[in-house]
Design a protein around this ligand. Structure first.
Ligand code: 28F
Length: 645
C-alpha cells in the first residue's frame, strides 16, 4: 500500500569547472592534529577514512552518475573503493598548471562541496574531503577512468610521488581509491568487517537502487557481500521490523521534494511497545534526532488526533493523544537531503536546520491523511493501538504514583531479599543479580561485604516482552531490582542516582541461565538503557569445569582451556574433571574464588550491541510471532551443544 507518489526529485547539479575548486591550504595541519579532522586516531578515526572515501562514491551515485560501488579489504589492511561514476576530472588547471585530480587529492576542502552550486549529500559537513584520507595514509593510489583513458597518481603521506599519468585506455568511467592508513598515526589499522558492513548496508538503504558490494580479501577463502535495496528507506523500515508483528499490510512510504528539502519517510506500526526511530540528513545518522524528527512527530500526533476525532474514536471530552502515545510500537526511518545542513551538539548528532521541520511535517501530514482515508481498516488498528498506549500510560502513571506514594521506589525501604554492601560509594559498589536462592546463599556468604551486594532472583523473572511498565512494577522481582538500583525506571530513570556502578548478572552456564540473562539484558536495554550505555552492566563468567589432581584444584572456563589444563596437570598424576551444571554446585569459597573475586574473575561487559541483539533475540524467543521463533530454533538447534536435558 506504499504511497508511490514519487514526485520529480531535483538532483544537485554539480557542474564541474576547474574554477569550482577552492584551494584552501596544504595538508600539514591534518597530520599535526588528525583528531580535528577525523575525531581521533583510534578505531573510530580509522574507519572515518573508509567513510570519507565511500561517501564520495555514494555522492557520485546520489548525483545519478554511479550505479555500482565496490569496497574491498585487501591483505596487509589496504582498502580499495571503486565507483562507476564520471571519474574525478583530470584536466590541467589554467592557473595552477596542476591536474584537477591532484588538486582534489592534495588540497584541503577541494571539491564542489564548498563552492559552486553542487553540494555533497552524503558525508555532508562530516565530509572533510579525500585529501584528509591521503594525508593520513602512508600510501594512496587513485585511478580515474574518464574520457576513454586510465589516469593514475600515487602519494606518500599526501605527497605525490609523480605527476598524474595516463597509463592506458578505458571503455568505462569511474574512480578507484586504494589507501593504506598510516600506522604512525593510528593506534590500529585493523578494520572491523561488522562496522563496514553495517555502514554500507545503511548507505545502500538510504540510496535506493545503488548496488554496493563488499569483499574481504584478507583471508582465504574471501568473503563477499552485496547490498541493493529497490525500496530504499521502505526496505530499511521493514528490516527494522523484521521480527515484529506488523499492524499494517505494507510500510507507509512518502518521498517528496518540499522547497529545498528532499523528504523520504517510511514507517510501520507493530504489535509491540518498543519504538525505533532512525533519522538521517544527507545520509548522516542523527542519533539525537533534530528538526526533521520534530516535524515528523508533530505530524503523526496531529494527524492521528484529527483522524481519531473525525472518526469518533475520541469523544469531545477526551484529552488528546500525546506524542508518546503515538510512538509506541512505531518503527520509522526519516531521511532528508538538503544543501548546507546545520548539525548541533558536540558529536554533531542532531540536525538543526530549521527548514527541515516544516518540510517533514507538511509532507508526512499530507501523506498520512491520504493513507488513513484510503486504508480505514489499518487506520482503525493504528488508532486502537495508540488509544491502548494512552490508557496504559495513564494506568502506569497511576501505578507508579501509588508505588511512589508508598515510598517504595524512593528506595526508603530496600527489599528484604537484597543483601546490601557496606560501602555507600556507588563507583566501588557492585550488585550481583544471582539466579536461584541456593546460589544466592553461597554468593551472600562468599562475597566481599564491603563492596558486593547480592540480589537473588527466583526462577524466571516476568516475561517483560508483553507487559507494560505498570504490570512490571507490580512484579516483586522487578520492583526489588528497581528499588535496589535506586534510580527509578524507564523515562524517569536517572543513571546518576544508581547505587551501584557494576550490575553483574550471575546465572548458570546452561540454557536456563542463558534465558534469564537474555531476559535481564532486555530489561536493562528497555528500561535502564543509560546503565548499558554507561557500561555498568556485566555478565559473570562462572567456570565450566573443575579439575582435581591430588590436593590441587584448578578451574577452566572453556572446553579448550579444560583440555590444555588437563594435559598440564596429568604430568603429576590422574586428573578428575567435573563439569559444573550450575552455580549452586560451588561452595561459597569456590564461588568467590572463581566468579566474584575481582582479582581473578572473568566479567563480560554488556555493550549496546549485545543488549540490542538480546532484545532482538528476545523478540524472537518471547514475542508473539511464532514463525521467527520456529526459524530461529531450527537454524540454531544444530549448534546448541551440551544442552542440559
Ligand atoms: C572511490 C571514491 O571519490 N568518486 C568521485 C567524482 C566525480 C566528480 C568529482 C568526484 C568537482 C570540481 C572537485 C566528475 N565530473 N569515489 C569517488 N567521483 N569528484 S569524487 O568532481 C570533483 C569536484 O573538482 C565529477 C564532473 N563533475 C564532478
Amino acid at each position: 500500500m506504499a504511497k508511490k507518489e514519487e514526485d520529480k526529485i531535483k538532483k544537485p547539479t554539480s557542474s564541474y569547472e576547474a574554477k569550482d575548486i577552492m584551494v584552501l591550504e596544504g595538508l600539514d595541519p591534518v597530520r599535526k592534529r588528525p583528531g580535528m579532522y577525523i575525531g581521533g586516531t583510534g578505531v573510530d578515526g580509522l574507519h572515518h577514512l573508509v567513510w570519507e572515501v565511500t561517501d564520495n562514491a555514494i555522492d557520485e551515485a546520489m548525483a545519478g552518475h554511479a550505479k555500482n560501488i565496490i569496497v574491498e579489504l585487501l591483505p596487509d589492511n589496504k582498502v580499495s573503493v571503486f565507483d562507476d561514476g564520471r571519474g574525478i576530472p583530470v584536466d590541467i588547471h589554467p592557473h595552477t598548471k596542476v591536474s584537477a585530480l591532484e588538486t582534489v587529492l592534495t588540497t584541503l576542502h577541494a571539491g564542489g562541496k564548498f563552492g559552486g552550486e553542487g553540494y555533497k549529500v552524503s558525508g555532508g559537513l562530516h565530509g572533510v574531503g579525500v585529501s584528509v584520507v591521503n594525508a593520513l595514509s602512508e600510501w594512496l593510489r587513485v585511478e580515474v577512468y574518464r574520457a576513454g583513458g586510465l589516469y593514475v597518481q600515487e602519494y606518500k603521506r599526501g605527497k605525490p610521488t609523480a605527476k598524474v599519468k595516463k597509463i592506458g585506455t578505458s571503455k568505462i568511467t569511474g574512480t578507484k581509491v586504494i589507501f593504506l592508513a598510516d600506522k604512525d598515526i593510528f593506534e590500529t589499522i585493523e578494520y572491523s568487517v561488522k562496522r563496514i558492513m553495517e555502514r554500507l548496508r545503511q548507505q545502500a538503504y538510504l540510496t535506493k537502487g545503488i548496488r554496493v558490494n563488499f569483499i574481504d580479501r584478507r583471508e582465504d577463502p574471501i568473503s563477499a557481500y552485496g547490498f541493493y535495496f529497490e525500496g530504499g528507506v521502505m526496505s530499511f523500515a521493514s528490516h527494522l521490523a523484521r521480527s515484529k508483528k506488523p499492524l499494517q499490510e505494507d510500510i507507509f512510504y512518502v518521498h517528496k521534494q518540499y522547497e529545498k528539502v528532499e523528504v523520504e519517510v517510511a514507517f510501520t506500526y507493530v504489535d509491540d511497545i518498543e519504538t525505533k526511530e532512525l533519522s538521517f540528513a544527507n545520509n548522516i545518522n542523527n542519533p539525537d534526532g533534530g528538526t526533521h524528527v520534530t516535524g515528523f512527530r508533530s505530524a503523526i500526533t496531529r494527524t492521528l488526533n484529527n483522524y481519531a476525532r473525525s472518526e469518533n474514536y475520541l469523544k469531545e471530552k477526551d484529552e488528546n493523544l500525546t506524542a508518546e502515545d503515538t510512538r509506541e510500537g512505531l518503527i520509522t526511518v526519516i531521511s532528508v537531503k538538503l544543501p548546507e545542513p546545520q548539525f548541533e551538539g558536540q558529536t554533531k548528532a542532531r540536525l538543526g536546520s530549521p527548514e527541515a521541520r516544516p518540510a517533514v511535517e507538511s509532507v508526512v501530514n499530507e501523506g498520512l491523511k491520504d493513507f488513513l482515508e484510503k486504508h480505514p481498516q489499518e487506520g482503525r488498528r493504528i488508532i486502537e493501538k495508540v488509544l491502548l498506549a494512552a490508557r496504559a500510560r495513564k494506568a502506569a502513571k497511576a501505578a507508579k504514583d501509588t508505588v511512589m506514594r508508598k515510598g517504595a521506589l524512593e528506595g526508603l525501604t530496600l527489599p528484604g531479599k537484597l543483601a546490601d554492601c557496606i560501602s555507600k560509594k556507588a563507583e566501588e559498589s557492585e550488585l550481583f543479580i544471582v539466579e536461584g536462592d541456593s546460589a544466592g546463599g553461597s554468593a551472600k556468604s562468599g562475597r566481599d561485604r564491603k563492596t558486593q551486594a547480592i540480589l537473588p532472583l527466583r526462577g524466571k523473572i516476568l516475561n517483560v516482552e508483553k507487559s507494560r511498565l505498570d504490570k512490571m512494577l507490580a512484579n516483586a522481582e522487578i520492583r526489588s531490582l528497581v528499588i535496589a538500583i535506586g534510580a527509578a525506571i524507564g523515562a524517569d530513570f536517572d543513571v546518576t542516582k544508581a547505587r551501584y556502578h557494576k550490575i553483574i548478572i550471575m546465572t548458570d552456564a546452561d540454557v536456563d541461565g542463558a534465558h534469564i540473562r537474555t531476559l535481564l539484558m532486555t530489561l536493562f536495554y528497555r528500561y535502564f538503557h543509560p546503565m548499558v550505555e554507561a557500561g555498568y552492566v556485566y555478565a559473570a563468567q562462572p567456570p565450566l569445569f573443575k579439575l582435581q589432581q591430588g590436593k590441587e584444584i584448578r578451574y577452566a572456563y572453556s572446553p579448550e582451556e579444560q583440555a590444555k589444563l588437563s594435559k598440564e596437570m596429568e604430568k603429576k598424576g590422574t586428573v578428575t574433571v567435573s563439569r559444573y551444571k550450575g552455580l549452586g554446585e560451588m561452595n561459597p569459597d569456590q564461588l568467590w574464588e572463581t566468579t566474584m573475586n575481582p582479582e581473578n574473575r572473568i566479567l563480560k561487559q554488556i555493550e549496546i550491541g549485545d543488549a540490542e541483539a538480546a532484545d532482538h533475540l528476545f523478540d524472537i524467543l518471547m514475542g508473539d510471532e511464532v514463525e521467527p521463533r520456529k526459524q530461529f530454533i531450527q537454524t540454531h538447534a544444530a549448534k546448541v551443544q551440551n544442552l542440559d536435558v
